[in-house]
Every structure is written in structure tokens, then in C-alpha cells.
Design a protein around this ligand. Structure first.
Ligand SMILES: [Zn+2]
Length: 141
């Protein structure tokens, strides 16, 4: 039996930390298996140390209860995430559409303004030409 190579607990900064005999710090995890639902455990992949920190649940009824809780949590937890992501995506798409139309509108008004200025410029140029010709004609007379 490998009972000698068990995890050691030390209190570091007010927190209980677990270490393997190989000095590796072990992360406390919670089992969600049907056999040991809700029981915390530490595991060292190098030494194959696997130790439960909690006692067994008193009956099969409790095991089923806790296992069911994890099953539900798994199912319920992923759905709002997906929904939230889909919502965020459609919101961004909507925002993009709005930005696009605003930009297009802005571009249209700018283009319209530019056309007005263009026309105004042509009119002024025309006037200038007429005036020049008039002046030229009056001088040449
Ligand atoms: Zn180890």
C-alpha cells in the first residue's frame, strides 16, 4: 500500500495548503463523480497520490442528491452563458448596423454639401468669366 506517500497539509498565510511528499503543491478539487460527489480531493499526477479530504456521504440518497446537483449545475450553467454570448453578438451586430447607417448618412450629407459647393464654385467661375469677358470687351473697345 502507498499510505506512506500521503498528502501533507500546511497552514500558509492563514490558508491550508496541501503538499505531496515530492514537495509539489496540490490543488484542492471537488469531485463530481457519481461515486464520490461533492468530496474534495487532492491529487499529485507525478506520484499517483490521490487523497480525499472529506468523509463519505452518509447514504446513497445523499450521494444521488449531491450528484444531481452537479448534473443540474452543469446543464444550467452552460445555457445562460450561450444565451448571453448570442445576445452580445446580436447587440454588436445591431451596433455595427447603426454605426454603418450613421456613417453612410454622414457621407451622404457631406457629398450633398460638396455638390452644393461644387455648383456654387461653377456659378462663381461662370460669373467671373462673364465679368472678365465684359471687362476685356470694354477695354478693347
Ligand atoms: Zn507528488
Amino acid at each position: 500500500m502507498s499510505s506512506s506517500s500521503s498528502a501533507q497539509s500546511r497552514v500558509i498565510g492563514g490558508k491550508i495548503e496541501f503538499f505531496c511528499n515530492c514537495n509539489r503543491q496540490l490543488r484542492v478539487q471537488t469531485s463530481t463523480s457519481r461515486l464520490n460527489p461533492g468530496k474534495r480531493y487532492v491529487k499529485c499526477g507525478d506520484c499517483r497520490v490521490y487523497e480525499f479530504l472529506d468523509d463519505d456521504l452518509p447514504s446513497e440518497y445523499y450521494k444521488e442528491l449531491v450528484f444531481g446537483f452537479f448534473q443540474r449545475q452543469r446543464g444550467v450553467d452552460s445555457r445562460p452563458m450561450v444565451e448571453a454570448l448570442a445576445l452580445e453578438r446580436s447587440r454588436l451586430e445591431e451596433e455595427l448596423k447603426v454605426t454603418k447607417t450613421t456613417l453612410e448618412d454622414e457621407l451622404k450629407t457631406k457629398k450633398a454639401k460638396l455638390e452644393v459647393y461644387d455648383r456654387l464654385f461653377m456659378v462663381m467661375l461662370g460669373c467671373l468669366c462673364v465679368m472678365c469677358v465684359g471687362i476685356g470687351m470694354s477695354i478693347s473697345k
